[in-house]
Design a protein around this ligand. Structure first.
Ligand SMILES: Nc1ncnc2c1ncn2[C@@H]1O[C@H](COP(=O)(O)OP(=O)(O)OP(=O)(O)O)[C@@H](O)[C@H]1O
Ligand SMILES: [Mg+2]
Length: 589
């Protein structure tokens, strides 16, 4: 079984030396121990006044030492705090760098749906938790334990019986608390708590995300049920947990806060045996010191809670760290041209195979079209080319070299991709297009946008090319798609993958965009995925994908003659078009 990761693994992963942390904690702990000196001074003063009726010279001297100890305690805590903070800032910087580097080497397919928000959480709030743990939680925990230990030693030294009584009460309180926590952990309570919280989170996201559909299809009450069920489950779970935890917590508080109450009867009993002033000073001292120990003892419980949260953070970070990076075996092989070859490629997202034994060669200077029913695997074939995922079997070659042996930058430079559902970044229109090619000038961007038929609507935006998208300015599906095409035009890469690149365009724009693309595709290796079969009729090679396999291949005329799936798809497409024209025609009558 795989060992559960802990915060210690995070330190080794960040490759940081622990010296500063150890030093920091040592300083903070010494500072904390010295903070009990004022209590000792009080003891000496009481003793001096009780026994001698005045402050002795040695007591006055002790008071000055006490004062010096307070100053020293302050300095040590200050230096220790700085060391711990320095350690955690360097750790966070290293950790972020390593995670970002690691993320950079993950297959692009990782950056979808849930994973995107997980990455955001790990690099944001989770890093703050780790920082807080090393800057505050851990030094506080160890120094508090050191303080409690020092107090216990002082107490035992001053009076063994009263010291042992205090210890016993603290142990009973802690024991009850630990027993209840152990029971909860054993019953899987903590895991269930986090699981239900996760469930609520995803139910909330789904509910909010699907709100338009929920309203349109009137399924409000039904879909609200999942959300309300998870909230109800959490209410029931937390109230049952509370009734389980409460007795332990109340007993713990009661024992810890009333140490002095337990000390009193024992003290009175001892007084009856040693009725002298010396013992009276000890007893008074205990009545002062005993409540003082409850504050740090109570803090211990908060640390336990903090640790549970931290474990969740570590698990989340390791979910990302454990993702397998794309293996790149740089070879010296020369990439000869840009023919793209799939050799017996099979692939599955999960258990089920989505692509089965796909083999084809898309030649440079030619258009290879992928057609087929929805869900057949066309987009999946496209995403394997820039290594969104690696095939489970077989290989993909560019210019005779396996893409696994081409450095990632070199591979990306060679491919331009227009996705079926292109997304834009929250930035200016200019930057959204210019990102395709470093050092692009305004003229280059405008030229690409003109070709992609998006220049006209861009200049009408509030700030033209400087309009920030996603902040008050939103584009339609077709407009976004045209910007994505402009990117591809600007990138001018030798391999072009177009996944339904003009599907959102209206008839006029589709015609003009196709014209621009046909100019762009010259001398390039083009993979064109399309449902509108008129756009691929003249492709050099058409591959008909059915159920993850290549069912038919050839040119349009051959495939029509073959009277198979392609012919059926084409007939349906023609019928739909005629039907559309009929409607338009009858509207015009
Ligand atoms: N990220 C993913 N994770 C898991 N399964 C996926 C993922 N993307 C696609 N699939 C599944 O893989 C299969 C092929 O999907 P793909 O998107 O390649 O089809 P397609 O031919 O492009 O369909 P369409 O014409 O509707 O775009 C489908 O069954 C789909 O459910
Ligand atoms: Mg698709």
């Amino acid at each position: 079984m795989k060992k559960k990761k802990s915060i210690k693994d995070i330190i080794s992963y960040s490759e940081i030396k622990k010296g500063q942390l150890v030093g920091g904690i040592l300083f903070v702990s010494l500072g904390m121990i010295l903070s009990i000196c004022p209590i000792l001074v009080i003891y000496k003063v009481i003793k001096s006044l009780f026994l001698y009726g005045k402050l002795e010279q040695s007591t006055i001297q002790f008071c000055t030492y006490g004062l010096a100890a307070v100053v020293l305690s302050y300095c040590l805590t200050y230096i220790g705090g700085i060391l711990c903070h320095k350690f955690s800032y360097v750790l966070i910087a290293n950790l972020k760098k390593k995670i970002l580097f690691h993320i950079g080497n993950l297959p692009l397919g990782f950056f979808t749906g849930d994973n995107k928000s997980k990455i955001r959480q790990v690099l944001g709030s989770d890093m703050n938790q780790i920082e807080g743990y090393f800057s505050h939680q851990l030094p506080n925990l160890i120094s508090t334990l050191a303080l409690i230990l020092a107090m216990i030693i002082v107490m035992l030294k001053i009076n063994l019986i009263l010291g042992l009584t205090t210890l016993l009460i603290i142990f009973v309180g802690l024991g009850i608390q630990i027993a209840i926590m152990a029971k909860i952990i054993k019953s899987g309570g903590l895991e269930k708590n986090f699981a239900i919280l996760d469930q609520i989170n995803s139910a909330t996201t789904e509910y909010v995300k699907g709100m338009p559909e929920v309203k349109i299809f009137g399924t409000g009450a039904k879909s609200f049920k999942t959300f309300s069920k998870s909230v109800g489950e959490y209410r029931d779970f937390t109230s049952s947990m509370t009734s389980m935890i409460r007795p332990g917590f109340v007993s713990f508080r009661m024992f810890i806060l009333s140490v002095a109450t337990f000390i009193v009867p024992v003290g009175i009993l001892l007084m009856s045996r040693n009725n002298n002033l010396d013992f009276a000073t000890v007893f008074i001292f205990y009545l002062i010191l005993a409540p003082a120990i409850s504050v740090p003892a109570l803090k211990l419980r908060d640390f336990a809670e903090g640790m549970n949260l931290l474990n969740e953070v570590v698990l989340r970070i390791y979910e990302i760290i454990d993702q397998k990076e794309l293996a790149i075996e740089n070879s010296e092989e020369e990439i000869k041209g840009h023919d793209l070859e799939f050799e017996n490629v099979s692939f599955s997202y999960g258990d089920e195979e989505v692509l089965k034994n796909i083999s084809f060669c898309a030649k440079q200077g030619e258009v290879t079209a992928l057609v087929g029913y929805s869900g057949a695997g066309k987009s999946t074939i496209g995403t394997l080319i820039p290594r969104f995922y690696d095939p489970s079997e077989g290989s993909i070659k560019i210019g005779g070299v396996n893409i696994k042996n081409i450095p990632m930058n070199a591979l990306m430079e060679r491919i331009a991709f227009v996705f079926q559902d292109s997304d834009l970044i929250t930035d200016t229109v200019f930057n959204n297009v210019a990102m395709a090619k470093t050092g692009s000038t305004k003229e280059d961007v405008i030229k690409a946008c003109e070709k992609a038929r998006c220049h006209d609507f861009i200049v009408k935006l509030p700030d033209g090319y400087d309009t920030v998208l996603g902040k008050g300015t939103y584009l339609s599906g077709g407009e976004k798609q045209r910007i994505a095409v402009a990117r591809a035009i600007l990138k001018d890469a030798p391999i072009l993958v177009l996944d339904e690149a003009t599907s959102f365009a209206d008839s006029e724009n589709e015609y003009l965009m196709q014209e621009a693309l046909s100019e762009l595709v010259k001398d390039k290796t083009v993979i064109m995925i399309a449902h509108r079969l008129n756009t691929i009729e003249h492709a050099n090679q058409i591959l008909v994908i059915s159920d993850g396999k290549i069912a038919e291949r050839g040119k349009h005329e051959d495939l029509i003659l073959a009277d198979g799936i392609y012919k059926r798809l084409f007939d349906i497409y023609k019928k739909t078009n005629i039907w559309q024209m009929d409607i338009e025609g009858s509207e015009n009558e």
